[in-house]
Design a protein around this ligand. Sequence first.
Ligand SMILES: Nc1ncnc2c1ncn2[C@@H]1O[C@H](COP(=O)(O)OP(=O)(O)OP(=O)(O)O)[C@@H](O)[C@H]1O
Ligand SMILES: [Mg+2]
Length: 285
Amino acid sequence: MSNGHSDGEAPAVVEIRKLWTVFKSPEGEQVVHRDLDLTIRRGEVLSLVGGSGTGKTVLLRQILGLETPSKGEVSVLGHPPGRMSATGAANVGMLFQHGALFSAFSVLDNIAFPLRELKLLPEDLIRDAALVKLQMVGLEPQQATKSPADLSGGMIKRVALARALIMDPPLLLLDEPTAGLDPESADGFCDLLRSLHRELGLTVVMVTHDLDTLFDLSTRIAVLADQRVIVAGTARDVIAYPHPFIHEYFLGGRGQRAMEALHEGAPSPLVAGRPGARAVPSTER
Ligand SMILES: Nc1ncnc2c1ncn2[C@@H]1O[C@H](COP(=O)(O)OP(=O)(O)OP(=O)(O)O)[C@@H](O)[C@H]1O
Ligand SMILES: [Mg+2]
């Protein structure tokens, strides 16, 4: 496995060592992760790909601190996940797959929710902070009073993203950020994510089944199969790795177009000219 370690690389933001996840049920044990290792460095946009049920969402939830692994270690900026920073802000923001906005709250109240929960700031500052984030994700102030039911799918994703960013976390987790969006909205959302990644200097861990999103945004791809990360590297590293899942995923019907894009657009969109590419020198082969 290649994690791209070498001297002079950006510091690790997420370190996962020998992680096991075992779910017990009356039918027996299900081992989801077995001795899984992964390091994510500052400035990366690392995409996790893997078949359905391979434990991608569970891994994000473990990085966020919502779940604890059965064995092994996860650290975020050198601490156990779920810890607040010295200023009380969250280290990790997460965009959940289905947006998960509170339907009874306005757009602004949804974005402000994590700050209100902290009860550290006066109301006017909380509103200002939420309005700044609303603007940051490309929405107009007029949208602030709307209810989630009155928003398009793309706008719901943007509001959920604004909420994930309300505490200025250095690490952002995205679970299927473009799932369910039409191609135009998906492209717009990728553009937004790319500019936020660049402007805010974020480290991003993304789960996606969408090859366009994968190739558009990732600086590195990690493949989850056989209960662990079997390979992590550039698209070329990953595609060259012999494994049935990779063959099917990238070289099957829908993967063909992605491959063509890679060959046409030399150098690879994943290694050159991408924000964060600096932090990820092309992996040693
Ligand atoms: N709390 C839980 N208790 C028992 N089993 C669980 C729990 N959470 C997840 N699982 C199981 O762990 C496995 C991995 O789930 P996970 O949601 O991480 O998959 P995934 O890779 O995100 O899949 P998809 O691509 O379909 O979203 C699944 O078999 C799921 O049923
Ligand atoms: Mg999932």
